[in-house]
Design a protein. Structure first.
Length: 228
């Protein structure tokens, strides 16, 4: 499993340092929604393992190469995908995947662009994970599909009490290498928000709840989809 913290999260680099310290390096941590090549050095200094952009940004890819950090460039069309790979992207993130056809879009891309390592995200239903993996997709991102609205909003549809004053949780990603599946979780709620570095008790509880949630999800889905 890896964790992606987007640049839209306030104090994201401090959060990355805190996550690495809290998990004792158990999970690689990356930075998402990177527009500025200068952020790549900040990401590396914070201990990040990868950088993700929302669109094709060759200058960010160049900075990743200089800093020796894994580069994921966002793209959608065949031309953008080609440009992303030409720029040096290790993975190409197709976003948003569901509005443009989901697995059928990847199937169509695999004809002329077979072999491109795709990361798909954006409205992916859990039931589509198997289809993507069978098409050779390396990374499948889940957001709202992973947790029901009540789990993300709190009792009776209300946002958790602290949500108005604190940023929501970073994205959480689990890698598909061999039999594993990469999962991207957006906005787990206030209890998964950044804690004070000295509040170790809450950090351990948050990590335990996250591990329990992911473990339960994988067990349920593995039972439903034994061919994953």
């Amino acid at each position: 499993m890896t964790i992606e913290v987007t640049k839209t999260v306030p104090s994201c680099f401090e959060m990355i340092r805190g996550l690495i310290a809290t998990t004792m390096g158990r999970y690689p941590v990356g930075v998402g929604t990177v527009w500025d090549p200068g952020a790549v050095r900040e990401a590396k200094d914070a201990g990040a393992s990868f950088v993700v952009t929302p669109v094709v940004l060759p200058e960010v890819a160049d900075a990743c190469r200089e800093e020796d950090i894994l580069c994921v460039l966002g793209a959608l069309t065949p031309t953008e995908i080609y440009q992303a790979r030409l720029s040096g992207a290790t993975l190409v993130k197709i976003f948003p995947i569901t509005p443009v056809g989901g697995p059928r879009y990847i199937e169509a891309l695999n004809g002329p662009l077979g072999g491109v390592p795709f990361w798909v995200s954006g409205g992916v239903p859990i039931d589509d994970i198997g289809a993507y993996l069978r098409l050779g997709v390396k990374v499948v991102g889940l957001s709202g599909s992973l947790f029901p609205e009540e789990a993300r909003s709190g009792p009776r549809g209300r946002r958790p009490r602290r949500a108005a004053t604190r940023p929501l949780a970073p994205h959480v990603v689990a890698a598909h290498r061999g039999g594993d599946v990469r999962v991207e979780i957006h906005h787990l709620g206030a209890r998964q928000q950044q804690r004070d570095d000295h509040d170790e008790r809450h950090q351990r509880k948050d990590q335990g709840e996250l591990d329990h949630a992911l473990g339960g999800l994988f067990r349920r889905k593995a039972a439903q989809h034994p061919t994953w």
